[in-house]
Structures are given as C-alpha cells and as structure tokens.
Design a protein around this ligand. Sequence first.
Ligand SMILES: C[S@@+](CC[C@H](N)C(=O)[O-])C[C@H]1O[C@@H](n2cnc3c(N)ncnc32)[C@H](O)[C@@H]1O
Length: 341
Amino acid sequence: MTEFVLTTHPGLENLAVEELTARRGQAPTGVQTEPGRARLELPDDERPTLLSLRSIHHVTVGLLRRRLTAPVTLDQIERAVADVEVPGLRTAPSFRVRSVRRGHHTFKSGDIERTAGAVFHIETAVKVDLQRPVITVRVDIDGDVLWVGVLLTDRPLSRRAKVYAQRVGLSADLAFAATHVADLQAPTRILDPFCGSGTLLLEAGVVHPRCELWGSDWVPGAVAGARSNLDAAGFTARSFLREQDALHMADVYPPSSFDSIVSNPPFGVKMGARINFFRFYQRFLSQADQLLKPGGRVALWVHRRGQLASAVAAHGRFEAYRWVTVQTGSARPVLVGLRRR
Ligand SMILES: C[S@@+](CC[C@H](N)C(=O)[O-])C[C@H]1O[C@@H](n2cnc3c(N)ncnc32)[C@H](O)[C@@H]1O
C-alpha cells in the first residue's frame, strides 16, 4: 500500500473520497481528511485512477506528516525535512520544492522552498530546476503541521482547458462537484439556465456520456462562448443552447423536461449586485418545479445560503438533501442538492 494525499478546495475532501470510491467500486483504506486534503492508502498501481479524478487539484505520494512546535520556525522545518528520504531523488537529474503555507508564520512559502530545497540539494547533490524538474517535492505547512510528499501532477487536475472563459466562471472541480451531488443515474436531459461559459455542462457531458446538455444565459456572448466550449469538447450533437432569461424558462421548455438542473446563478458580481436573493431564488425554484421530472434534482452553487434555505422552506416543493461549503480564496460558496418532492 502507498499513502497518497489528494488536495482540493477546502470543504471538498469528502466528496473527493466519494468520487474515488465510486470509481474503484470500493472505499480506500486509512482515509483521514482535513481542510483541503484527504490522506488515504491504495495499491500503488491505482495511480491512474487517482490521476483521473475530477474533484481534486493534485495527487501527492505522502512521505511525512509531523506536528511541529508552535510557533513554527524554519529551523524546525529544516530538521524535519532532513529525516525524509525522497524515493528516486538521489538518481534524478533535477528537482524542485514547492510549498503551500496556511496560517500565521513569520516566513513565506518561498522561504520554505529555499530551506527545504537546500537540505535536499546538500544531501543528494541533485540539481535544482525551477522550470522543468523531474521530481517536485511538496513541503507544506498547515498551521503547525508539516507535510512532505512527492507531487505526481504537474498542473492542477482541476485546471481543464476551455476555449472561452468567463470572469466569474466556476472552476472545473466545483462544476464536477455539482454533477456529483445531483447523483443522477443515466439521465436523459440536464439543464444549466445560467450557463455562462458552460463549465457545468462540460462536466455533466463527461460524467453522463449519453445525456443531452441544455444550457441558456441571457448574455449572447456567454451563449456563443459556451457553444465554442461544448463544440471543442465534442458535445456538439447533444448540446442545445439558447439566449433565455432563467426566470422565464418555463415559457419555452415543456413541463417535466429535465432530470436535473445544475447551475451557478449570479451571486452579487455585476448584474447580481442589486438582486433580492430570497425573491430571486423563489422565482427560480418555481421555474425549476415546472421543468423537472418528479423526483428531479437541482444542484446549485450559491453564495447566499441563508436566503436559499429560506426560499426552499417558503416554496415547499423541494427538499434539501445536501449542503457542501467550500473555501475559494476569501469566498465560501455553498453547493446545495435539492430533490423535487
Ligand atoms: C456565476 S455566472 C455562471 C458561470 C458559469 N457557471 C461558468 O462557469 O462560466 C452566472 C451567469 O448567469 C447569467 N445570468 C444572470 N442572470 C440571468 C438570468 N436572469 N437569466 C439568464 N442568465 C442570467 C450571467 O450572464 C452569467 O453568465
């Protein structure tokens, strides 16, 4: 067994473990989660499964986890790192150290990289290459906990290429999380009525390879951008996009047309700034109620949990079955799963 560490948006760790469990048909062993990380054990030959997960940023082979003494100093990090034998490093042509630091410290992540890098270089005489290293060692500090591992991913797995991107676009791992929370078995038709650049439809199209992908937005440029993204993904024949106000979508789609609505409505940037969110969500739920099949699911990323919860309660036709709060920079968006009664 090898210990792996998966990194993701803080709040999405359990969902990442669920995705892995669903992919391999069995839960991994030794699972421990903390904000932004899931540690687990798997047979080493299951690396390809880990590298195909859609809810995570990076995969690291875990080498050391140690609680240091607060206040943490660079000297403590230097001593702890000196105990670590990095597999393959002694014979590698080059390496670098990358660090992510969370918490209050008197040093920056660049200081950790230089300190740990010097330890490994002196020990092995292997060249440091910051641009194209053969091995990347991760040395992270989370409060007073030190993590050391070998990174298996060059770029974040959650950074998936798109032809057209929106300023307020959702990241791909969060879009995947919405399709995961919707928890659909072979759906026929999914709708994103605030589709923007189409990120949610792109994820839904991969997760449900035979499902029709319907999207709309009231900004023509967004619809054109989503079209180019869905075409580039090879989803042309099963994607249907239009300009449409989401609060009047029941005027254009037949009743009970969709298995699910997965979406990321406006949350206060630009046109969302002056919205009364309680009323906005209520109007949205009334539309969704008409368009969904009985038992249909809604998975929504929102920034106003309280107003959405009040709107769901006041509307009465949906039951909230899951809430997932994540940290993205300074924001704490919430993913809610709703079932139409
Ligand atoms: C947060 S963005 C969605 C971003 C999208 N998930 C992506 O990854 O690109 C919200 C989108 O809703 C659209 N929008 C806002 N109000 C709308 C309405 N009443 N009807 C349709 N679209 C609307 C905006 O134009 C914007 O593209």
